[in-house]
Design a protein around this ligand. Structure first.
Ligand code: NAD
Length: 367
């Protein structure tokens, strides 16, 4: 995962949990522990000013509990801004279950986790993230109504990944429009890092649009499958960041944009689906701006999934989800312009819009 292991020196500096550097004013953090099933999970509720905190559950084999805490805090904070900038009446939350999904996930464990979610009476609503499938949401739904992303056959919105990928595709097109004066992707070289649920669907959109797609993944079988299906080229070089591409689309884990990758990157656009792409939001956002690399903020362009699961909470249909996801194109362009006129990073520009919306609602709620 994109988390660090802390040295004892760093731990001393962290002080109490409320001063943890990722705490950032979280409203509530719930530690879930169950001896019978072996469940160890953390639910992070960052902010509920705009509505209930909605965000997926990730199951990952974290190296230690600090790493899991760090991950959930960063992810739930990200959800607050994602929903706010997408114009949804949702707050930000996320959950992590500590363990190997392939070996430790079972129905009993998922039901026990669902009972912890239920105990929050709707303040937190869960959905899929890494390590979770639509079936897991269906199982949880037997215990609590506070779950989204359930199967279409049960009245849900199904797997959100294709809609996420479509939003990312909109973000890529808007970035091309801004950088090259046209959103035509014909002949553009695009590197998709990670061909899982989101990455594969993005490869499909890109190849249909005539782009030349290069793919990387840690699993050879996934690469072969996607290459055979869409004619994408498997990157065989030694240093992935050194590829001669126009667009870099991170669709795997976070924190891939850092000093090392920025020093190597030849791409003039970064736009992908992964959460928390900037290792340091401020520092690396500025470095990208200095280098003239257009960065489409992750939490802005990967909002298609949350827009899609929100359909279950807000009661709109698939067509409306797609319309709202297509609007990511216009919002991305607005944010690029704002970044230029105000001389701030694109990440900050998107964040400012989200923060303003939350602040306005907070004042209204106080009336
Ligand atoms: P996934 O697990 O289906 O796919 C991730 C892929 O990345 C896997 O194929 C994995 O093997 C690969 N990978 C892991 N490490 C890699 C590395 N170092 N280099 C190359 N490939 C690597 O997950 P997903 O649902 O496709 O999500 C991908 C990213 O998008 C995650 O960061 C997730 O949080 C984010 N995201 C997903 C959604 C959604 O709707 N699924 C919504 C918003 C954000």
């Amino acid at each position: 995962m994109n988390a660090e292991i802390f040295t004892s020196e760093q731990m001393k500096k962290m002080g109490p949990i409320f001063n943890h550097f990722s705490f950032d004013n979280h409203e509530q953090i719930v530690f879930c522990n169950d001896e019978d099933t072996g469940l160890k999970a953390i639910i992070g509720i960052h902010n509920t000013v705009l509505g209930p905190a909605l965000g997926g559950t990730r199951m990952w084999n974290y190296q230690n509990e600090w790493e899991a805490l760090y991950d959930v805090l960063r992810l739930s904070r990200g959800m607050t801004f994602k929903s706010a900038v997408a114009g949804l009446d949702l707050g930000g939350g996320k959950a992590v279950i500590i363990g190997d999904a392939k070996k430790q996930k079972n129905d009993k464990l998922m039901k026990r986790f669902a009972s912890f979610v239920h105990s929050l009476s709707g303040k937190y609503i869960t959905a899929e993230d890494i390590g979770m499938e639509t079936r897991d949401m269906d199982i949880m739904k037997e215990v609590t109504p506070y779950v989204s992303g359930i199967s279409e056959s049960l009245g849900g919105s199904g797997n959100p990944s294709p809609v996420t990928a479509y939003g990312v595709f909109m973000g890529i097109k808007a970035s091309c429009n801004y950088k090259y004066g046209s959103d035509n992707l014909e002949g553009k070289k695009v590197w998709v890092q990670g061909v899982g649920n989101v990455g594969e669907s993005l490869v499909e959109h890109l190849t249909n649009a005539g782009a030349q797609v290069f793919i990387t993944d840690i699993f050879e079988d996934k690469l072969i499958k996607v290459s055979n299906k869409y004619g994408a080229t498997i990157y065989k070089g030694l240093d992935v960041f050194n590829q001669n591409v126009d667009i870099y689309a991170p669709c795997a884990l976070g924190a891939t944009i850092n000093e090392y990758s920025i020093s190597k990157l030849k791409a003039s656009i970064i736009a992908g689906g992964a959460n928390n792409q900037l290792e340091d939001e401020d520092k690396h956002g500025k470095l990208l701006k200095e280098k003239g690399i257009i960065y489409a903020p992750d939490f802005l362009i990967n909002a298609g999934g949350i827009i899609n699961v929100n359909a279950e909470v807000a009661g709109y249909d698939r067509a409306e989800s797609i319309r709202r996801t297509e609007n990511i194109y216009n919002t991305t362009l607005e944010i690029f312009k704002l970044s230029d006129t105000e001389g701030i990073t694109t990440h900050q520009a998107a964040l400012n819009i989200a923060l303003k919306r939350i602040e306005n609602r907070r004042k209204e709620n106080l009336k």
